[in-house]
Design a binder for this molecule. Structure first.
Ligand code: NA7
Length: 530
């Protein structure tokens, strides 16, 4: 008899809801969390300016009508402290902490064929067993932490956005370098620019950033609360798991618009703010011409905002389609480069050679700084699972996924029974509002476990053929899009040696839900249950 019915790895948004559901259904469940606190991503990524790029009205749990009625978000895009406060509130409200082991990391797990259960080892050497393991390990939870020659010799302070000091960092008046211009770098840069002495930004690839148009949302939230359950239903059927203010309406098809109408639509989206810019045209990530126009619109805005044309050009993305790498949502990012105390170093012209005691050498120039901030990104979607030695029979999951992840519905992998992943690779995951996708997966998995229990079954895994079909379908649909044209973390391209495969399911949240619901209704079609 296993120690627990279910062991959940991670106490972020996914793990907490999974624990709640398990209790509700009467399963015994334990959560193992590497950090000292709940929150996952939102616990670790506490750098200055950290903020969600999905609207708070949508980036929140929907499972409890009272919770969503009572909680009041203050801003359209919530800042990290507010999100962490919310997650802590949820943990307390449902008394979840008593089933969580904090400061504990799962390092290995092995499936016991004779008992249909997992033996799980944690970093304190403890072994525990569970019939099912649910990996709620997050999609951006393992930093890539690239090697910079000489970093260990740097005499100043090195800060990392993904593990910012709990007590904060006093950067006022200091000479600060930021390496990396994805969302983390861009938010950090914008937040610290007003107070640092000098800021030097080391940029390898410029992002496309659209304005957040962040604002207080009391009235908007009150209006949505009048019809929150229906509102959530609609979000679950959309492509991205969020509505962009337009419900289920399709964006216009690019060929149906003349140039003026297309530009007007881009302008409307730009003024609206946020990632919904990508929804300007239904085919923005399918049709290169549509994409070019949307990209050119952003390029023109960069030229408008940045006074020095040479700097503006360096900040202008040209090497990949807009949206094919995760776009950034900004609040005054480009304007930072109009400050006298800000220097932009384009690493494509002046490669980062090494770090010295005094600073960073790029090209032939040594940039002397007091603090280096690394904002260099994550081993996305597979990193956290790769970090655990997951074994079943003769195989490890790491080996099985060496040429790219192989899953059925992004939920399970053949040969690794009773192991579920929440928002795993080959599900909509990072292409969607994570909260919509997390809730769907948690509920799907919970229903599956209930189904097994009601049938007196103890084991579930994908049929290898169903898995092959799903892998092919996810790869083929991704290949129809412009996504593979960018060297992005969606493709695993930011991790040396990682196989370049498009990781999420590109078909959208609504379609994915129809497939997932259909599979469950058809008696878990494509899964072998025993
Ligand atoms: P990202 O988006 O992966 O950004 C990482 C940035 O760091 C990006 O600009 C990288 O350039 C740069 N980078 C990575 N390695 C290096 C090296 N070795 N030298 C110089 N520059 C480097 O991670 P974030 O943490 O900003 O955001 C992750 C997600 O969190 C984000 O998309 C939101 O969903 C929230 P590159 O583009 O690879 O040339």
């Amino acid at each position: 008899m296993a120690d627990h019915d279910v062991l959940i790895i991670g106490a972020g948004f996914a793990g907490l809801y999974q624990l709640y559901k398990m209790r509700e259904l009467g399963f015994t469940a334990r959560v193992v969390e590497a950090g000292p606190e709940v929150g996952g991503t939102w616990y670790w990524n506490r750098y200055p300016g950290a903020r969600c790029d999905i609207e708070s009205i949508e980036y929140s749990y929907s499972f409890d009508p009272e919770l969503q009625r009572e909680w009041n978000w203050t801003e359209r895009y919530a800042a990290q402290p507010e999100i962490l406060t919310y997650i802590r509130h949820v943990a307390d409200r449902y008394d979840l902490r008593r089933d969580i082991d904090f400061d504990t990391r799962v390092v290995a797990m092995e499936f016991d064929e004779s008992a249909d259960e997992w033996a799980v080892t944690t970093d304190d050497g403890t072994r525990t067993s569970a019939r099912f393991v649910i990996a709620a390990t997050g999609c951006l939870s393992v930093p890539t932490a690239p090697h910079f020659e000489g970093l260990e010799n740097f005499a100043g302070e090195v800060l990392r956005t993904w593990e910012w000091p709990l007590e904060g960092a006093d950067l006022a008046g200091k000479r600060v370098a930021v390496v990396g211009t994805g969302s983390s770098g861009l938010q950090t840069i914008t937040a610290i620019a007003p107070t640092v002495g000098h800021l030097t930004v080391f940029q390898r690839t410029p992002p496309y950033a659209v304005p957040a148009q962040n604002r207080p949302i009391a009235d908007e939230l009150a209006a949505v609360k009048e019809r929150y359950p229906e509102f959530r239903e609609v979000s679950r059927l959309t492509r991205g798991g969020a509505q962009c203010g337009e419900g289920l309406a399709y964006p216009p098809f690019f060929p149906d618009l003349d140039t003026d109408a297309a530009n007007a639509e881009l302008g409307r989206r730009w003024e609206g703010g946020g990632l919904c810019y990508q929804q300007a045209f239904y085919d923005l990530l399918l049709d290169p011409e549509a994409n070019d126009l949307a990209a050119e619109y952003v390029r023109a805005r960069i030229r408008d905002k940045v006074t020095d044309p040479t700097v503006a050009e360096k900040l202008t993305p040209r090497s990949y389609p807009i949206g094919a790498k995760r776009m950034c949502v900004d609040t005054g990012y480009y304007e930072v480069y109009n400050q006298d105390n800000v220097t932009l170093v384009d690493l494509t012209e002046e490669p980062l050679r090494r770090i010295t005691e005094r600073g960073i050498v790029a090209g032939d120039t040594e940039h002397e700084v007091d603090v280096i901030v690394l904002a260099t990104g994550f081993d996305a979607m597979t990193g956290a699972l790769d970090a655990i030695d997951i074994r079943s029979g003769e195989r490890t999951l790491r080996d099985k996924w060496a040429d790219g992840p192989r899953t059925y519905l992004g939920l399970m992998s053949a040969g690794f029974p009773n192991l579920f992943t929440v928002t795993g690779p080959q599900s909509p995951s990072v292409l969607s509002n994570m909260l919509t996708s997390i809730e769907y997966h948690v509920e799907w998995i919970s229903n599956a476990l209930e189904h097994l229990r009601s049938q007196g079954l103890t084991r579930m895994e994908p049929d290898p053929e169903a898995e092959d079909d799903w892998v092919n379908a996810t790869n083929d649909t991704a290949d129809l899009t412009l996504f593979p044209e960018a060297a992005s973390w969606y493709m695993g391209a930011n991790v040396p040696g990682k196989r370049r495969v498009f990781l999420p399911f590109v078909g959208g949240v609504g379609i994915y839900k129809q497939i997932g619901d259909g599979v469950a209704i058809a008696n878990y079609h494509g899964f072998e249950c025993a």
